[in-house]
Design a protein around this ligand. Structure first.
Ligand code: GTP
Ligand code: MG
Length: 200
């Protein structure tokens, strides 16, 4: 699949104000600054679609984009960044969990993790939270361009090892870079493959 058209629809903090749940929806989430907005722009071939910042906490709302007039892509605020004030963090957490728990057309959550870091408890806990609720997810390793080629294999093997302490198998996962476009084909084909099986 190629993203030919990406249209910003609405931003809000209230799941009731999200667009009608009449199309398949895919959400992108992860810690603040992990590269969610950059990845979305890379997938959509549009550098200014989602707002990017080197300062964590840029995305503060649930942002809906309509892709190819066919499915929704959702950019979410980052969870658990230490420098975001507690009150704001709690508020984020509330509306994100409400969104995840109630959005009936949410097909898959892409959990982004920075490929330079070891598995972090906050990400593993979040995946567990999804698992308990039966919300399907996959892992997207970001900023893969920042790894030395020697380390690439090791980093993923180490992450798998940590995942397998909690899970019976490694969920679907993607190696990506917003800089080089790595992983774009794989993620878009994955989404297209799921969309084909749905009745939306
Ligand atoms: P919040 O909205 O604040 O939660 O952040 P985010 O997860 O949307 O991250 P964002 O896309 O704004 O990117 C954060 C920083 O990482 C920016 O400075 C990006 O340029 C940089 N970045 C994101 N993806 C990549 C990547 O694949 N490679 C490299 N080298 N830098 C990246
Ligand atoms: Mg963002």
């Amino acid at each position: 699949m190629e993203i030919k058209q990406a249209k910003f629809i609405i931003s809000n903090t209230d799941v009731r104000k999200c667009p009608e749940p009449d199309r398949a929806e895919y959400a992108f989430i992860g810690r603040s600054n992990v590269g969610k907005s950059s990845l979305i722009n890379m997938l959509a071939n549009n550098k200014s679609l989602a707002k990017i910042s080197s300062k964590p906490g840029k995305t503060q709302l649930i942002n809906h984009f309509l892709i190819n007039e066919e499915w929704y892509l959702v950019d979410l605020p980052g969870y658990g960044y230490a420098k975001v004030p507690h009150q704001q963090r709690d508020r984020f957490q509330k509306f994100i969990s409400r969104y995840m728990e109630t959005r009936e057309n949410l097909i898959n959550v892409f959990v982004l993790v920075d490929s330079r870091h070891e598995a972090q408890a906050i990400d593993l806990d979040f995946m567990e939270w999804l698992g308990v609720r039966g919300i399907p997810f996959s892992i997207v390793f970001t900023k893969f361009d920042k790894l030395k080629s020697n380390d690439k294999h090791k980093v993923i093997a180490r992450y798998k090892r940590d995942m397998l302490k909690r899970w019976e198998e490694m969920p679907p996962h993607f190696l990506t870079s917003a800089e080089t476009g790595e992983g774009k084909e794989e993620i878009l084909s994955y989404i297209a493959g799921i969309n084909e099986t749905l009745d939306y």
